[in-house]
Design a protein around this ligand. Structure first.
Ligand code: ASP
Length: 330
């Protein structure tokens, strides 16, 4: 009898505590956010991913009523940040922006400490960004034909910057080398922000980078542009031919981005982040800045968990075979 009474009291206490816990969680979700939110960027400051992150952070923060603070966790082509976010508390105070490296890393690394399809919550696609093959101003080659000849003559003396294994600059650079049948000296940086600084300074010869902040440098001749990774020429730089039209048939890399959260982040919080992202992507400042760089904002239907997760899955299926076929080393 005594045992029964104690048992009932125990159960009542547990039920009471869990109801309290449940209501605490519910009110934490309802009140969220009550402090600044970290938007993790997997590359160094000043690069394309960082630029897009900083651009959307402000209007997202305004929509949420809290500051969204960009946190650069660079290294290993973005995989260090992905690992960190996969292990972060799923409380809505850590969110993550990454590009298509989320889809390509699996094929470039033997083993990843996270699973792109299962370690995250998917908030929505952001934007698709074209790339351009760039050279330093003093490179003797002035066009793609001359670049081909220069590379053939100089081989591994030619240096090419990238943002590490798993970064799209590395993917683009190695696909280029694979198509050209050459192996250059590849130099990893923590992002294409610092890589571009070295290209501008003449410390490195080539870099395949996104248009996010390269267009002004191309236009004023501070870097040479040898070709875009698009099927059509870009309106912002119409004189730059595509790599496709210069003999690298089908050479197409468009860098899509997505916003994620750690797995287990509550749905009401994910819904608020999604609404803030949609708002940010419709803000006139953001739209203008992205359009000027020939960046396509994702259609609103794709700024959704399903839009991002489906796209990620299809990109893993597209890039896996391409990377394996190109025999890209890690
Ligand atoms: N987008 C670059 C890359 O993957 C990295 C960066 O954003 O800094 O190469």
């Amino acid at each position: 009898m005594k045992f029964k009474k104690t048992l009932f009291a125990g159960i009542a206490a547990i039920v009471g505590a869990s109801t309290l816990l449940g209501s605490n969680i519910a009110s934490a979700q309802k009140d969220w956010p009550t402090k600044p939110i970290a938007l993790v960027v997997p590359f160094a400051a000043g690069g394309p991913t960082d630029t897009i992150a900083r651009l959307i952070a402000v209007p997202m923060g305004q929509a949420l009523g809290q500051t969204v603070v960009v946190e650069n966790t660079a290294g290993a082509g973005g995989t260090i940040a992905s690992t960190k976010v996969a292990r972060a508390a799923p409380d809505g105070y850590t969110i993550y922006i990454h590009h298509m490296g989320m889809a390509t890393a699996q094929a470039l690394y033997d083993k990843l400490p996270y699973d792109p399809m299962n370690s995250f919550e998917y908030i929505g696609q952001v934007a698709d960004v074209p790339m351009v093959l760039l050279g330093k101003k003093d490179l003797p080659a002035n066009n793609f034909k001359e670049l081909e000849a220069y590379i053939k003559a100089n081989g591994s003396k030619v240096t090419m910057a990238n943002a590490g294994p798993g970064a799209v600059s590395q993917l683009c650079g190695l696909l280029f080398q694979s198509r050209m049948g050459v192996r250059l000296t590849n130099i990893p940086y923590k992002g294409t922000g610092p890589a571009l600084t070295d290209l501008l300074g003449g410390q490195v010869d080539l870099l395949c980078d996104q248009t996010t902040q390269t267009i002004p440098y191309i236009k004023d001749g501070r870097v040479k542009a040898f070709g875009t990774t698009t099927m059509k020429r870009l309106p912002a730089i119409p004189n730059v031919p595509t790599l496709n039209e210069q003999g690298l048939k089908g050479f197409e890399v468009k860098v899509w981005h997505g916003v994620y959260a750690p797995k287990g982040t509550p749905q009401p919080i994910l819904d608020k982040i999604n609404a803030a992202l949609k708002k940010a992507l419709s803000s006139p400042d953001v739209v203008k800045r992205l359009q000027d760089a020939n960046i396509d904002i994702a259609p609103m239907a794709k700024v959704s968990a399903k839009g991002l997760k489906d796209h990620l899955e299809s990109e893993i299926n597209v890039w896996g075979p391409v990377i394996r076929k190109a025999n890209i080393p890690d």
